[in-house]
Design a protein around this ligand. Structure first.
Ligand SMILES: N[C@H](CCC[C@H](N)C(=O)O)C(=O)O
Length: 272
């Protein structure tokens, strides 16, 4: 049997597996099965904790529910940090991901702040398919147009909108996710600026669809909004599942503060 923890950060939910002792290699089909909300446990992402031999407390592998791998997952990073801190009693945790080394601070029960590192603003780092201005992409579909883009270790595009009421996210989201301007696909954020310190965001996630929250998406949105002169360097980002406090610090790093919760523990049959 394969024990797992079911965790979530503002409703963005994860199946967390511990492979620090026994290595785990899950085929994309197995990931899709576990993530299936009817035939499996159900989750937006599957997170595998692995040992790290370069000074971090652990390595975190992030797999979307479609089986694709991502370099970053902000909400999962808070959850894994809380889990590791619970084990060790530490206040600070270092987690390595494909995108780099992240440092997290436990601020209280179920409250974690992660230094997500600097955003990547060049077209080749997002990545985009050509030398476009990442502040204004020549992309429009239906009621949305003119997004900004950046990477937080994973690709994000942010469309700024005035009203969610008639926004067909389930229709335009997957089309934009797979637009050829994004050679590695992209997470698509739809952001309403409510003030210079408050943003309402919904995200169609690459490889997972519309989620209740997206941590790296909230970071990318604050960065893109500030670059456009729409917010300050700190804002509350309100999503369907909850709020995150995002700060683009003077040192260029993006700090993401928010909840990390465990829903339940379970066991998977050892057939994977
Ligand atoms: N779908 C994302 C990974 C999960 C990001 C999100 N759940 C977060 O909290 O950052 C991608 O493929 O880049």
């Amino acid at each position: 049997m394969l024990p797992f923890l079911k965790m979530h950060g503002a409703g963005n939910d994860f199946v967390v597996l511990d492979a620090r002792v026994a290595k785990l290699a899950l085929a994309p089909e197995a990931v899709r099965h576990i993530a299936d909300r009817r035939r499996g446990v159900g989750c937006d992402q599957l997170v595998i904790i692995e040992s790290d031999d370069a000074g971090a407390d652990a390595f975190m592998r992030i797999l979307n529910s479609d089986g694709s791998e991502s370099g970053a997952c902000g909400n999962a990073t808070r959850c894994v940090a809380a889990l590791l801190a619970e084990e060790s009693g530490a206040q600070w945790v270092k987690i390595r991901t494909v995108a780099g080394l992240l440092v997290a601070e436990i601020l209280g029960p179920g409250l974690v702040e992660v230094d997500m590192g600097p955003p990547h603003l060049e077209w080749g780092d997002v990545p985009l398919s050509g030398p476009y201005d990442t502040l204004h992409l020549p992309l429009s579909l239906g009621p949305v147009s003119d997004p900004a883009a950046c990477s937080m270790g994973n690709p994000h595009a942010t469309f700024f909108i005035d009203d969610f009421t008639h926004l067909p996210i389930e229709t335009i989201g997957p089309m934009l996710e797979k637009n050829r301007i994004f050679p590695e696909r992209a997470n698509i954020g739809f952001a309403r600026i409510d003030s210079t310190s408050r943003v309402r965001l919904r995200v169609w996630e690459r490889g997972a669809g519309l989620t209740l929250a997206c941590g790296s998406g909230a970071c990318a949105t604050l960065v893109n909004a500030h670059r456009r002169g729409l917010t300050g360097r700190m804002a509350v980002v309100e999503m369907d599942g909850g709020e995150l406090l995002i700060t683009w610090a003077e040192n260029g790093h993006v700090l993401m503060r928010g909840p990390a919760e465990t829903a339940f523990a379970g066991e998977l049959p050892g057939i994977f």
